[in-house]
Design a binder for this molecule. Structure first.
Ligand code: NAP
Length: 282
């Protein structure tokens, strides 16, 4: 039986590397790229696609530093929107299914209700607007698409909120976290499990894929301290976020498409965090 050929774009990043490490090479022929195939360059993307003919493309590439995106709008749209356009167009030409990563930041975070795939996204940041533009290109250019939105993703490699709290917890002292931000910390490993399931699934459209449950950054930091065997009392200070007014507040994603289709269920954020910290300690 021939193996399904899967191309992971952005394969050295937090999520891309997690998927690449987890994909079974006995079952899949895995191709990986990063800046060696620059997605902002249509010719490079098309050439690689035509040469390799993947059945499935997983686009984990992105310009993901929110504050930098506010400073450099051109780069944010070049990578997150035009890059997505190029991958969508080239993948359609070879008949490949495209799994495209997106984010809770496509929502402005001003409401208080959980956000589903059927809510209208109205981003208020450059980053969020560039990611929504990428989603729109994907929807227009490759009908065989899955857009996967997640939130507060953490992995062993790379910097992220969870790793920053863990590092500060080890150092001792007060840990400062952004106040009034609510969403779901999501383990890259758990997210990768869902994405791998979708490689062979006959599912298309937008999927929210965050760990279940909502918390503030303060509550997440307190839980991390508890899981590390530390007492959180007096250890966390909530401060205004660095990006101030540009930062979305409540971007709690409800995985409604998973509920509707019954195809998958993400773990609770506390359970995923527990497993992550146990692995780090183990
Ligand atoms: N992290 C989160 O909290 C989070 C939450 C929700 C959704 N997401 C989405 O999930 C996806 C993966 O996130 P992540 O955290 O794994 O991102 P990441 O760690 O920043 O990785 C992104 C990867 O894309 C590569 N890349 C950047 N520009 C590129 C280009 N022009 N051509 C080819 N590759 C390029 C980067 O290479 P270099 O490092 O060499 O630049 C890096 O390897 C992104 O779409 C992101 O928006 C992330």
């Amino acid at each position: 039986m021939s193996k399904t050929k899967v191309w992971i774009i952005g394969a050295k990043g937090r999520l891309g590397s997690t998927i690449s490490d987890a994909l079974d090479r006995m079952e899949y022929n895995v191709l990986t790229s990063d800046l060696d195939v620059d997605i902002t360059d249509m010719d490079s993307v098309t050439a690689f696609m035509d040469m390799s003919h993947p059945a499935v493309v997983i686009n984990c590439a992105g310009y993901n530093t929110h504050d930098w995106a506010e400073e450099d709008m051109v780069k944010a749209f070049r990578v997150n929107a035009i890059g997505a356009r190029n991958v969508a167009s080239a993948s359609r030409k070879v008949g490949a299914k495209l799994i495209h990563m997106s984010t809770d930041d496509v929502f402005d975070g001003q409401g208080s209700a959980p956000l589903t795939e059927f809510d209208v996204a109205t981003p208020d940041t450059v980053f969020g607007k560039s990611k929504l533009a990428g989603e729109n290109f994907v929807r227009e250019l490759n009908p065989k698409h899955l857009i996967v939105r997640s939130s507060w993703v953490y992995a062993r490699e790379g910097s992220c909120f969870v790793n920053s709290v863990i590092r500060q917890a080890k150092e001792g002292g007060v840990i400062r976290v952004a106040a009034e931000q609510y969403s779901s910390p999501t383990s890259a490993k758990m997210l990768a499990d869902f994405i791998m399931k979708m490689i062979d699934a006959n599912e298309y459209g937008i999927y929210h894929a965050s760990c279940e449950g909502c918390c503030s950054r303060v509550e997440a930091a307190e839980e991390i301290l508890r899981l590390m065997g530390q007492n959180p009392t007096g250890r966390i200070e909530a401060v205004p976020s660095e990006s101030g007014k540009n930062s979305p507040r409540n971007t709690f994603l409800r995985n409604l498409m998973m509920e509707v289709t019954g195809i998958y269920r993400m773990p609770r954020w506390q359970d995923a965090m527990k497993e992550y910290i146990q692995e780090l300690r183990g």
